[in-house]
Design a protein around this ligand. Structure first.
Ligand SMILES: *Cc1c(COP(=O)(O)O)cnc(C)c1O
Length: 369
């Protein structure tokens, strides 16, 4: 119990299962470039995610950059600053201008009532993020996108397996990016995917992740190398077999936390969203210092003193990063700013016991300043 506990812990399949999956590679010698395991994982993910089409990538970030490229996004992109730095980097690295929209108090996704006022003649897309497995207001975003003829690309890195009204979350918008990084609910060590609805985008993504190569003698896109290899796909095939068990264990830990933290004045736990199949990917809390008598940073430090590493996720906001200093100086996102100073993601992993959750929540309750 006194071992170091980090905010996430990668789940691994039994080693024999993985070895069994990769054995064939010693016969085929086809280790990457969309081999058999890659094809198999693709099929299985289409079923599990309840989507039409999927393209697999070496990681989530490049998947997002290439989705932006494939959809031909130009000019300004309305997005959230309350996300992992990757989202903003992907927009900027495509030479586009991120326009930061504030988030809402309930689920920390885009405040849809503020999107329309940010639209200009240069706006070509909305890039919302489903945070912690909380789903954006996909209906309202779709209405706005239709009205102004905008593309929608979701950063669904946190939303693997989430559903809204029984529909796979990746089926909303023009495309969604999933991350299969080792710290995510489902992983392929490193990895990612774009799900999309038109075969045209699929062809483009296929070429762009392979240097833009169309055929042996034709290169018609300025692409790069972002292909998922066979060892990654094998890890994905194994992990997908255990995904229900993985999510169920996370649900259990989440409920232990809920029970212990619910009554504390000044600690805000998650809001359960209606009609959403949730994936229990993270356990974020908000510390309201005025009510609690101590701050988010106090909780972070006290836990750290007990070798428990929570994470200030997302803090700071993406546009506050040093590399963007002075670049986005007209941004006005007061809600995101306040929440980023209150938010703390507590450790959540399948091997956590009720006793360990007890220990963590007891530390939080007993903080004295
Ligand atoms: C993990 C993550 C990414 C990046 O995915 P990688 O697979 O690590 O490249 C992007 N956006 C969000 C919100 C993430 O959590």
């Amino acid at each position: 119990m006194n071992k170091t506990r980090y905010v996430t812990k990668s789940s691994l399949p039994p080693i024999e299962e993985y070895i069994n999956e990769i054995k064939g590679l010693w016969e085929s010698s086809i280790l990457t470039n969309m081999g058999e395991l890659h094809k198999k994982l693709k099929k299985e993910l289409i079923d599990y995610l309840k989507v039409n089409e999927i393209s697999l990538f070496v990681n989530g970030h490049l998947a997002l950059e290439l989705a932006i490229q494939a959809l031909g996004i130009t000019g300004e992109v309305i997005t959230t600053p309350f996300t992992f730095i990757s989202t903003t980097h992907a927009i900027v690295r495509r030479n586009l201008t991120p326009v930061f929209c504030d988030i809402n108090e309930e689920d920390y996704t885009l405040d849809v009532s503020k999107i329309e006022s940010l639209i200009t003649e240069k706006t070509s897309a909305i890039l919302p993020v489903h945070v912690y497995g909380n789903i954006c207001n996909v209906e309202e975003i779709e209405r706005i996108a239709k009205k102004y003829n905008l593309k929608v690309i979701y950063d669904a890195a946190h939303a693997f397996g989430c559903e809204y009204n029984g529909q796979g979350i990746g089926s909303f918008g023009d495309a969604s990016m999933f991350s299969f990084h080792a710290t995510k609910v489902f992983h392929t060590i490193e990895g990612g995917a774009v799900v999309y609805n038109t075969s045209e985008i699929g062809k483009l993504l296929y070429q762009l992740k392979n240097f833009g190569i169309k055929s042996q003698e034709e290169v018609d896109g300025i692409g790069l190398n972002a292909k998922m290899n066979e060892f990654q796909a094998a890890m994905g095939i194994c992990n997908l077999r255990h995904i229900e068990d993985e999510i169920d264990k996370r649900r259990q830990v989440t409920e232990w936390y809920d029970k212990r933290l619910k009554g504390i004045n000044g600690i805000k736990i998650r809001n359960v969203q209606e009609n959403v199949k949730y994936n229990y990917s993270y356990y974020p809390i908000r510390a309201i210092e005025e009510e609690l008598g101590y701050s988010r940073d106090d909780i972070f430090e006290w836990l750290k003193n007990h070798q428990i590493y929570a994470r200030k996720y997302f803090y700071p906001l993406t546009y506050q990063a040093e590399c963007y200093s002075g670049i986005f100086n007209t941004v006005n996102t007061p809600v995101a700013d306040r929440i980023s100073k209150q938010i703390l993601v507590l450790p959540l992993a399948t091997d956590m016991t009720e006793e360990e959750v007890d220990k963590i929540t007891n530390i939080i309750r007993s903080i004295k300043r």
